[in-house]
Design a protein around this ligand. Structure first.
Ligand code: ADP
Length: 447
């Protein structure tokens, strides 16, 4: 089947960059990215300097294909009906109420998408799960589509996105692998072949892996769980290093040189953040419990617990070092994004650590090269609200926060510096100058 028209629902961190890359590599396919958030769509159609998502290299691609074969639109239903393939790239956060609250994935966006697709489709469609979903979600999607559709045939594929924020363009351009799961029926195989054809425009065939739907769905959760486990493993050892005089950087190097272990994802940190790791592991834990595998659930849950412990330890270390009560202390917070080269601050350790320091009375001088002032205040407000703190106290604590647009002003007059995102510019700074002045610098980077 020759695909001419693609629709992607969800213009976020996954949908935006992924569709930009497909548009670049498949000039004969028209791609429309739709979203019910009209501000986001306007931003994608607006100035290249202010796209809703920052990723190195992304604006150059958008510049080349926008208005040629890549379009951003609010007209969800028309775009769905014109497409042969519809990607679902909507967010699937952790449930905050009902059964599985705090652990299971909230599939309401996926379900809403399926309803819309069912209603809008007047011809056969291939529906692709791009969003991370629990295993067997395809079954649920199929049910909604078949119960509410116009008697057209829907083929569901799982094609999880493995891009890492901060390196999305590179990861999309040269992925380690592309995974496509489909039904082992004639129409399922045809749908898989159509998607394989699209990726084959720039990805070698041996890197395109086809599996059944369930393996594909579970692979995404399993990959994120294994990556997060490495972070928690090395972070747990950093605690032991601090007690024993071993150096975690030396340890990482020594164990990473073992080819069976490998050097990646072995750097100690303030803890992992981002929208995926915690959410996906909790989702995995919930799935294991659902199937009665309590020991397996407990094993993976520990990865998240160590991450919480690492963030807590980092904040406590600052508090202890500065004498317990932080009133009158000014602390520079360098970095707000959950990692370098992104403007995404979802689940960023900086939020938790800053909130803890504010509780102890500190004044914070925050700088991040990519996260906006409004977003920083919004993040702080949300964590305070989630802790049930009164409006009065929230306002009092937020009054202690100032945001700067360069690192030097943030450091000036501070009597402690916490580096929470490893932006390159922080690595290059001469930290010895501060140490000479007896100003402590809290960081997991080797300075
Ligand atoms: P991700 O990191 O998974 O891409 P984002 O939150 O960045 O997550 O993006 C998901 C996008 O999906 C958001 O812009 C949101 O407005 C959009 N979205 C969610 N549900 C729907 C829906 N039912 N219809 C259209 N857009 C949706």
């Amino acid at each position: 089947m020759q695909i001419k028209n693609i629709c992607c629902i969800g213009a976020g961190y996954v949908g935006g960059p992924t569709m930009a890359m497909i548009a670049l590599k498949c000039p004969d396919i028209k791609i429309t990215v739709v979203d019910h958030n009209s501000e986001r769509i306007d931003a994608w159609n607006g100035s290249l300097e202010n796209l809703p998502i920052y990723e190195p290299g992304l604006s150059d691609i958008v510049k080349e294909v926008r208005g040629e074969n890549l379009f951003f639109s609010n007209d969800v239903e028309t775009s769905i009906n014109l497409a042969e393939i519809i990607f679902m790239a909507v967010n699937t956060p952790t449930k905050t109420e009902g059964k599985g609250s705090g652990m299971a994935a909230d599939l309401s966006n996926i379900e809403a998408c399926a309803q819309t697709i069912a209603k809008a489709s007047k011809s056969d469609k291939i529906v692709v799960e791009k969003s991370t979903v629990p295993i067997r979600t395809a079954e649920k999607i199929k049910e909604i589509l078949d119960d509410n559709g116009n008697e057209v045939n829907f083929e569901i594929l799982s094609n999880p996105e493995f891009l890492a924020e901060g390196t999305a363009v590179k990861d999309l351009y040269e992925p380690d692998r592309v995974l496509i799961g489909g039904d082992e029926t004639e129409s399922g195989e045809k749908a898989v072949a159509a998607l394989v054809d699209i990726y084959s425009n720039w990805i070698p065939k041996d890197k395109i892996l086809t599996t059944n739907v369930w393996s594909s769905e579970l692979s995404k959760l399993a990959s994120n769980a294994m990556l997060a486990q490495r972070v928690s493993s090395i972070n747990s050892l950093s605690a032991l290093c601090e007690k024993t005089g071993a150096d975690i950087h030396e340890l990482s190097k020594a164990i990473g040189m073992d080819h069976r272990i490998g050097p990646h994802f072995l750097r100690a940190s303030v803890g992992f953040g981002g929208s995926c790791f915690k959410k996906d592991i909790l989702n995995l834990v919930y799935l294991c419990k659902y199937y009665g595998l309590n020991e397996v659930a407990e094993y993976w849950h520990q990865v998240v617990k160590i991450n919480d412990y690492q963030k807590k330890r980092f904040a406590q270390n600052i508090i202890d070092r500065l004498g317990g009560n932080l009133e009158g202390h000014k602390i520079a917070i360098l970095g707000w994004a959950f990692k370098t080269n992104t403007n995404d601050s979802r689940e960023s350790p900086a939020i938790y650590i800053s909130s803890k320091l504010l509780e102890k009375g500190a004044s914070l001088k925050i700088y991040d090269p990519m996260v906006s002032k409004d977003k920083i205040f919004q993040d702080l407000k949300e964590i305070k609200i989630s802790k049930g703190i009164s409006d009065n106290l929230i306002n009092k604590q937020l009054n202690q926060v100032s945001i700067f647009n360069n690192m030097e002003s943030s450091i000036q007059d501070s009597n402690g510096v916490a580096i929470l995102t490893e932006w390159d510019q922080f690595k290059k700074y001469n930290w010895k100058l501060l140490k000479q002045k007896n100003i402590p610098v809290f960081s997991h980077m080797s300075l």
